[in-house]
Write a protein that binds this ligand. Structure first.
Ligand code: BGC
Length: 398
């Protein structure tokens, strides 16, 4: 459905302005629609999403901002189920990969749209030591631990409530991860707040506290396709990443510990470059990752909210920016997607989406030279990551 027909339907349904319907019939589109959508009311609607296999009821919340951007979020796994943004002609399309119903997310192995934790990304050998005690975690990725284990934060039900925010709508999700859950020490109270602003930003604010020393690394795992979910691969999307170095990996995708310069390698995205232009080069790291599946060391001051990456899709004109307080960003180009059947029966092909995962470096608990992911009682883990959506004209570059 185009934004025009959406507005028409809403206008008609609400007995709205005859002038608007008249203008649409006359083909007066973009400027009028833009002006009209400015006036939309920002709000959150809640409805039942379904029941999990164990009978637990799960909800889905629709967040709309004053400019018509729409995000659906479920309290199962904190998953962003859909995200509808305009292209340069104002056409709204869902740009994130996912499923139509809850059972899809229960069975999912791709982490579509989810909150990932307690430790996002990999921990080598599925174990780490804290204060001389060795903790064993699930080996759910070859010899390693991935994305929090067998039942990570993407597979649990979060408590949800709407919270007031200026010029935005916000949904706060809370989860208590109990001591020893998935092998991690400490009762960890986690809050993830999704804030959809009227400036077309989806801001994710994370906080966590513990009652025992532990490790924490949280991220968001949306797969974006700026043409629309299920429209093919993302190889012609142009990415720019603010990182002079990345963390090369071994054959099980664990960082070697080296911080390697991107200059002169296919990992140099200091200028906007098509994701696919070098992805199949016989570069050792690309071969190991089967494409990009690597953590970039962001150029920044610690804890500063700074621009990490921008991606632009020239045909639709859609662009997004990712800003974060985190030191690293995993670029994952959906190399393991294998014709996954998703929303509206669309098929997600290999490299049919890209993830920009703001996080600490993989395997930090076993790499003393990496920024620490240890959280102690009395401390507060925080992270802010912002995905900002925009359109660009045909001639502009990101
Ligand atoms: C990882 C990939 C993994 C994927 C799972 C990404 O964050 O880096 O290696 O296959 O998540 O969907």
């Amino acid at each position: 459905m185009t934004i025009g027909t959406q507005l028409l339907r809403r206008g008609v349904a609400r007995g709205g302005s005859l002038a608007l319907v008249f203008a649409l019939c006359l083909g007066v589109t973009a400027p009028l629609l833009a002006a009209t959508s400015q006036k939309a009311e920002a709000r959150i609607d809640k409805r039942a999403f379904g029941k999990l296999q164990d009978g637990t009821a799960v909800d889905i919340y629709t967040l709309r901002n004053s400019r018509g951007l729409e995000v659906e979020i479920t309290n199962y796994g904190g998953v962003v189920v859909s995200l509808r943004t305009p292209d340069r002609r104002g056409r709204m399309v869902d740009i994130v990969l996912g499923y139509d119903d809850l059972s899809g997310y229960e069975a999912d192995t791709s982490y579509f749209g989810a909150v990932v934790g307690r430790y996002a990304n990999r921990i080598a050998g599925a174990s780490f030591k804290l204060n001389g005690v060795e903790y064993q975690l699930a080996k759910n990725n070859g010899p390693n631990h991935l994305h929090g284990g067998l039942r990570g934060f993407n597979k649990v039900v979060w408590q949800a409530r709407e919270i007031p925010r200026k010029d935005a709508v916000a949904l706060e999700l809370t989860y208590l991860s109990k001591d020893t859950e998935e092998g991690y020490p400490g009762n960890l109270t986690v809050t993830v707040t999704y804030v959809l602003s009227n400036a077309n930003e989806l801001r994710i604010e994370y906080a966590a506290t513990t009652d025992k020393e532990t490790v924490v690394n949280l991220t968001h795992h949306s797969y974006f396709n700026l043409v629309g979910a299920g429209t093919g691969d993302v190889l012609s999307h142009q990415a720019k990443i603010n990182a002079d170095r990345f963390t090369p990996v071994d054959e099980t995708l664990i960082p070697t510990g080296e911080l390697k310069a991107v200059k002169g390698t296919p990992f140099d995205f200091s200028r906007a470059t098509a994701i696919g232009s070098r992805i199949n080069q016989p570069d050792e790291q690309l071969v190991l990752g089967k494409g990009y599946d690597h953590n970039f060391v962001l150029n920044k001051m610690a804890q500063e909210l700074s621009l990490a990456a921008s991606v632009y899709e020239p045909v639709s004109g859609r662009a997004l920016e990712m800003w974060t307080t985190e030191p690293g960003m995993q670029l994952y180009t959906g190399n393991f997607l294998d014709n996954v059947r998703g929303k509206a029966d669309k098929v997600y092909v290999r490299r049919g989406g890209f993830c920009l995962e703001a996080e600490h470096f993989p395997d930090s608990p076993n790499k003393p030279s990496f920024p620490s992911t240890v959280l102690k009682p009395g401390e507060r883990y925080t992270q802010t990551t912002v995905y900002k959506f925009m359109v660009r004209g045909a001639k502009e570059k990101p």
